[in-house]
Design a protein around this ligand. Structure first.
Ligand code: CA
Length: 403
């Protein structure tokens, strides 16, 4: 974990700062010293970037390393989450009805956003809903402490240093107050879950107060999301894609988001829309997505799916956003079920499962619908006594068994 960044000459002007840091943050003698040296150099880089020394000294100089982010940086997922679990929680009835209420509440802003950026209200609202649950889940970790730690310790320090300096720039320019700048351990923050460098490139002041505020301004957040999609190449009026059905004996080896083919080629292979409507004629950039293999739902996805993918670089998340946008427009759930006998469950069902676990004496904290380590451990215990595979997964089978 310890990286040696020691330079031979510490600039004299930062000597007091270094002392301040070492006094404020001695996690271990050598480590604290390295961290201080690293911050010392960050101060010089910040000033080179036009960030005022006063901003650095006020908000960054006395940061203490947050070692918990290093554990998260190196954490291996306990098990691979099946895509039907992601979809079940990210696109449940609750999020659809919340999304419709938000579309109503922010209608005028969303229409002006569409006019300026060419991205429809339901897509913008779907990104908002998946990224931050419509502004309700912004992340709680102070951004400067997380990014400062990752700038000086652990893997990918160069990358995180850029993000740390970008975060300081946001503060220096007065867009967001430092105490409001909280987010995920890796630095995504605000209602759009932008990284700080993405903020500097793409965030928009849409409420006209002169600040780009993705934490406390919904108009700024919605416009910034649309701006991101626009700059990613969003095609106004073109669907992200369709659920499709495949003819029997279909050669599934042609699937994959990068294997783009003309729509006519898919039609020639016998691919049809699952709802029976005709596929649009023309277009050359369509790919077949089989997120759970050839026995699960199939999708033809176009350019706009790739643009959404650019938001989070995971097909499961892109599909969640795409599907939520359809549901917000009045679309149905997928016609083909996921290939599992133990489907994923909604957030309401997760809360119910947690209440059942609590009633059985498991100490898992509140029934908040978030399936963390304690909940998974309790599920595994119950699975064990039922003779199921004790994988700790929150699915329909264990829910029904405990009911
Ligand atoms: Ca603003």
């Amino acid at each position: 974990m310890k990286k040696n960044f020691c330079q031979k000459n510490i600039p004299f002007r930062a000597f007091a700062l270094l002392l301040g840091l070492t006094l404020a943050a001695p996690p271990a003698l050598g480590q604290g010293r390295d961290f201080a040296d690293c911050f010392n150099r960050l101060r010089g880089q910040a000033i080179q970037r036009g960030i005022s020394a006063a901003t650095f000294d006020a908000h960054a100089a006395r940061l203490e390393p947050d070692l918990s982010v290093l554990e998260l940086l190196d954490a291996q997922p306990e098990f691979k989450t099946p895509i039907w679990d992601y979809l079940a929680a990210l696109v449940d009835d609750e999020r659809v009805s919340d999304g419709r209420a938000m579309l109503e509440q922010w209608r005028d802003v969303l229409l002006r956003v569409e006019e300026q950026f060419g991205v429809d209200p339901t897509t913008v609202a779907a990104v908002w809903g998946v990224e931050s649950n419509f502004g309700r889940s912004l992340g709680q970790r102070p951004l400067l402490a997380s990014l400062g730690t990752l700038s000086c310790m652990g893997r990918r320090q160069d990358y995180f240093r850029g993000e740390f300096l970008s975060a300081l720039k946001i503060i220096d320019e007065g867009h967001i107050a430092p105490e409001r700048l909280n987010g995920s351990w890796a630095g995504a923050f605000g209602q759009t879950q932008f990284m700080p460098s993405t903020f500097l490139r793409l965030a928009v002041d849409f409420d006209g107060d002169g600040r780009r505020d993705l934490v406390d301004s919904v108009p700024d957040s919605l416009a910034s999301t649309a701006h991101f999609l626009r700059r990613g190449g969003w095609r106004s009026g073109e669907p992200w894609g369709f659920e499709v059905s495949l003819p029997s004996g279909f050669d599934a080896s042609v699937a994959g988001r990068r294997n783009k083919q003309p729509m006519s080629a898919w039609v020639a292979r016998g691919v049809k829309r699952a709802d029976g409507e005709p596929l649009p004629a023309g277009g050359s950039n369509w790919a077949l997505l089989l997120p759970a293999g050839e026995n699960g739902p199939a999708f033809l996805v176009g350019k706009n799916f790739d643009v959404i993918y650019g938001y989070n670089a995971a097909e499961s998340y892109a599909l969640a956003i795409a599907h939520l946008s359809d549901r917000l427009r009045g679309g149905e759930v997928f016609r083909t079920p996921w290939p599992t006998d133990d489907p994923g469950i909604s957030r309401a069902e997760r809360r119910e499962l947690q209440r059942l676990l609590i009633a059985r004496g498991h100490d898992i904290g509140e029934a908040d619908g978030m399936v963390g380590t304690k909940t998974r451990r309790a599920i595994a215990q119950e699975q064990q006594s039922l003779g199921y595979k004790p994988d700790g997964r929150a699915g329909l089978r264990i829910l029904e068994a405990l009911r």
